[in-house]
Design a protein around this ligand. Sequence first.
Ligand code: SME
Length: 160
Amino acid sequence: MHDFAPQPDLAKPELYETLARAANALVEGERDAIANMANMAALIWQFVPDLNWAGFYRAVGDELVLGPFLGKPACIRIPFGTGVCGTAAALAATQVVPDVHAFPGHIACDADSRSELVVPVVVGGRVVAVIDLDSPTPGRFDDEDAAGMQLVAQVASRAI
Ligand code: SME
């Protein structure tokens, strides 16, 4: 039904702009948060190379709860302030972690993960979810990936 062709030769800014546009088109007119997170996770997985996990954690009370994702089964509940995801949620700040083994409190869901990018999804000043990307490659994510995924998180903030 939706066939968004990823273009791996694009430079990162263009790749993420294309991804954010595709995400916007995909969620337009749909108000179901789970459906939109599921489709966005699938789109991220399709567009962004070199990932072993991509998906959402939702803020529920004072913890994060696993949402739609692609990758291996993951830990279900993460308290705010714990691990990379919980830190991003507690600080409402993107976390770029080049070496997950060097991050205090990192939660190892998949032993293949070596680097991680977590971007908060903010609605009305409140973190409602985070988008978590894991890669088997050390140092996989940089500021361009962070800025690009923040565009995607803005789409998510209107869709979940
Ligand atoms: N590594 C994350 C936990 C989630 S999994 O990577 C899917 C963390 O430290 O928060």
